[in-house]
Design a protein around this ligand. Structure first.
Ligand SMILES: Cc1cc2nc3c(=O)[nH]c(=O)nc-3n(C[C@H](O)[C@H](O)[C@H](O)COP(=O)(O)O)c2cc1C
Ligand code: SF4
Ligand code: SF4
Length: 292
């Protein structure tokens, strides 16, 4: 293995962070790793883009137990190939469970184009919706991801296989949750967004929306219904002016800012430990096991 393309989508920075770690871990082992943003593609990809490439890695966040809709659109743009190893690296707020299987229907669809999934793994990061994790946990997970990235690089270079086989129930619930998220969740969420009087009309939200779902109408952004529910516009707004009429519960009160958490030395990465009980017990297991 000499050259891998890492196609990635990241709404709020977690996946971009993990991808950069993976790129570093691969290059340390003399594998060329190109980071390419999925959101820049709107036309079918020229097969020449994969010339000399030994494997393709898709990196993306899990939304309601499935890949973000933009990832599915991107996958449709990939050229058919004779045969090509493929890796899926997902990021998610949860540890294991249905989230783990978020990639399986996409893997099946891409197999028809010649992409053979050989390695599939979820890296747990801070949650960017509904429920805010303590900053100490966000940092602890991000640091654990450094070890995971090293392990992933070693695994894929050595040809280790990690293939997921969901059962019928897992497949069904994953489809159901995803259908609800896309058809009822993301659309409604997009329509529910507005900017308040703090908006200074800087246009950043419109410029950065991966789905081009925001347009500036004079002094205010206008949000459409073609939303991914990625949270980028909300957390990146310099005036914290974007809110939801009716779905505010999905927005973390203090936003989500991984870079800030990593840069703040007063945040200690020690939220979970050997004595942790309850919901977060599995997070400790996850953090100490490089292979989990
Ligand atoms: C709309 C939406 C749905 C999500 N659904 C799930 C989920 O089903 N399981 C999970 O573990 N995390 C879920 N999350 C959390 C994200 O997957 C997680 O925070 C991810 O690392 C964000 O990556 P990003 O910063 O690259 O966008 C969801 C987040 C959003 C915004
Ligand atoms: S990023 Fe925030 S301040 Fe800038 S136009 Fe959008 S809502 Fe207004
Ligand atoms: S409108 Fe906001 S939440 Fe929706 S896709 Fe665009 S940036 Fe993401």
């Amino acid at each position: 293995m000499k050259h891998i393309i890492l196609y990635y989508f990241s709404g709020t920075g977690n996946t971009a962070y993990v991808c950069n770690l993976l790129k570093g871990a691969l290059e340390k082992r003399s594998v060329k790793a190109d980071l390419v943003k999925m959101e820049e593609f709107h036309e079918p990809i020229d097969p020449a883009a994969l010339k000399g490439v030994d494997a393709v890695c898709l990196c993306y966040p899990v939304y309601a137990f499935r890949p973000a809709a933009l990832v599915l659109r991107f996958a449709g743009l990939l050229p058919a190939v004779q045969t090509m190893p493929m890796f899926h690296i997902k990021t998610a707020g949860g540890v294991r469970g249905l989230t783990e299987y978020a990639s399986t229907s996409l893997s099946r669809a891409l197999a028809k184009k010649g992409y053979r999934t050989e390695y599939d793994r979820t890296v747990t990061m801070g949650s960017n919706w509904y429920y805010a994790y303590d900053d100490r946990l966000v940092k602890q997970l991000a640091l654990a991801a450094e070890e995971k990235a090293e392990q992933i690089a070693e695994d894929i270079i050595s040809g280790k296989k990690r293939i997921l086989k969901p059962n019928f129930i897992q497949t069904f619930f994953s489809w159901l949750a995803s259908f609800g998220e896309h058809h009822m969740g993301a659309k409604q969420f997009g329509k529910s967004l507005s900017a308040d009087e703090n908006c200074n009309a800087c246009g950043l939200c419109a410029k950065n929306c991966p789905q081009k779902n925001i347009r500036m109408d004079g002094a205010r952004p206008v949000f459409g219904s073609d939303c991914l529910w990625c949270m980028r516009c909300i957390y990146a707004c310099p005036k914290k002016a974007i809110y939801s009429k009716g779905m505010q519960f999905a927005i973390l009160k203090n936003g989500y800012d991984l870079k800030h958490v990593l840069a703040d030395d007063s945040i200690t990465p020690d939220f979970v430990g050997a004595n942790t009980r309850g919901v977060f017990k599995s997070f400790h297991q996850y953090c100490i096991d490089r292979d989990a």
